[in-house]
Design a binder for this molecule. Structure first.
Ligand code: AMP
Length: 427
């Protein structure tokens, strides 16, 4: 089977690594890919916003199956366009991707179908949003309705901060994504990600993961795309996993089918484990980055038939097997990220680090230049370790980080600390 994978980050490197390992894969291309993905797939340049160009490329290559990694092309309807062109594609349609593309859509669905989430209201003008705010007080959460590169959520500790966020969003800072705003109740608890694979009719559980959004140790500093992750999450018990399926995933799949936009693809639940039980913070409609990297390391089964079964509506009676071992990934980023940063610095020591027992290195923003690997983005590498416990996986990953010689890079030193604290306090 000839497969085309779309994307070029750490998530897609992990997907390429797993897809390339499938006996069903005869040839894998990745567009646009990166320097690490080039070890698993033939990388071909393409602009993912140009759907006609992606279709032309898939036709020229004669691919049998297309896998879409990132959110933007999904929300823009790339699956609809590829399928309309006769190309079998893994991922949700544009209408189904509203679960990520519109926070208001998801909140209304939760309300209608009794899915636990923070109390909220939707607004399309600043004055009524501010009036609601005055009644509710702080802390409170202000969200731009649409995709905003992870920057459209403000957890406001004061009414002044919330008002400023409302003005920024309606002021056009996020373009059309801020035409509508959701204001919701502040939830406290531990955040966990849970993933399920859906086929429009039904769904199967994948696994739990926890990511670290802040740039610096002890969850300090600005928000980022994610500085590390691990799986499984000890706090996320088997009972919670069953509850995530019965109270969140399956009602959502049923709701989407009833609404005429069946959901196929990865459903990613951002959950807050509150004192009243788990509540939905958000849905995403694709694998997380860097959560995907740790999930792929824990997956025993072949990924390709699962993706095909999702596309074909055949997940009923399907099952996936997972290693019990933990996997943990440390993101190495260019100094300055998530603010401005330079490009082109040389990274050495990757081969020695990657050859260590239990270690896998997935590339995000890298470029091959004159036989060297250079940094070509903010988040650059995912250094992954595995082990019997999260603590062991952490030791393994940081031992590999030590072997990487890249003075222009930095990473957090405490990825996995919540789980490791829990493991240490176990009798
Ligand atoms: P989102 O883009 O919806 O995932 O939000 C980004 C981050 O904002 C989440 O990972 C949470 O840490 C935080 N957040 C979002 N909604 C809430 C909420 N209702 N209460 C507390 N924190 C929230």
């Amino acid at each position: 089977m000839k497969i085309l994978l779309l994307g070029g980050g750490g998530r897609e490197h992990a997907l390429a690594w797993k897809i390339a390992a499938s006996p069903l894969t005869t040839k894998l291309w990745c567009a646009p890919g990166n320097a690490g993905i080039a070890n698993e797939a033939e990388c071909v340049p393409v602009d993912l916003t140009d759907h006609a160009a992606v279709i032309a490329l898939a036709r020229k290559l004669g691919v049998d199956f297309v896998v879409v990694g990132p959110d933007n092309p999904l929300v823009a309807g790339i699956v609809d366009d590829l399928e309309a062109a006769g190309l079998r594609t893994f991922g949700p349609t544009k209408a189904a991707a509203r679960l990520e593309g519109s926070k208001g859509f998801t909140k209304d669905l939760c309300r209608r179908y009794g899915i636990p989430t923070a109390a909220y209201e939707r607004f399309s003008d600043a004055a009524s949003a501010k009036a609601y705010l005055k009644v509710k007080g702080a802390p409170i959460v202000v969200k731009a309705d649409g995709l905003a590169l992870g920057k459209g959520v403000v957890v406001a500790q004061s009414v002044d901060d919330a008002e400023a966020a409302i003005d920024t969003m309606f002021g056009g800072a996020f373009g059309a994504s801020g035409d509508e705003v959701v204001i919701e109740e502040f939830l406290s608890g531990e955040e966990v990600s849970f993933f399920a694979l859906c086929d429009g009719e039904t769904a199967i559980p994948l696994a739990s993961a926890q990511d670290h959004k802040r740039a610096f140790d002890s969850d300090k500093g600005p928000n980022t795309g994610g500085m590390g992750a691990y799986s499984p999450v000890p706090a996320f018990t088997d009972d919670l996993a069953r509850q995530a399926m019965s109270d969140f995933v399956l009602p959502t799949v049923r709701a989407m089918k009833e609404m005429g936009c069946p959901f196929k693809g990865i459903l990613y639940l951002g959950l807050m484990l509150t004192a009243q039980g788990p509540k939905l913070i958000e849905y995403n409609v694709r694998f997380g980055d860097p959560e995907c990297q740790v999930l792929m390391l824990r997956l025993i089964s072949d990924l390709v038939p699962a993706l095909i079964a999702s596309r074909d509506g055949q997940l009923k009676n399907f099952d996936l097997r997972w290693y019990d071992e933990a996997a943990l990934t440390v993101v190495m980023a260019t100094q300055g990220y998530p603010g401005s940063y330079g490009k082109g610095s040389v990274i050495r020591g990757l081969d020695a680090a990657g050859a260590m027992e239990g270690v896998e290195i997935f590339h995000a923003g890298t470029k091959a230049k004159d036989g060297a690997i250079t940094a070509n983005g903010g988040r650059v590498l995912n250094v992954c370790g595995t082990g019997k416990t999260v603590a062991e996986a952490q030791r393994c990953a940081y031992a590999a980080v030590e072997k990487i010689d890249w003075p222009e890079g930095f990473c957090r030193r405490d990825i996995g600390y919540l789980a490791i604290g829990r493991e240490a306090s176990k009798p």
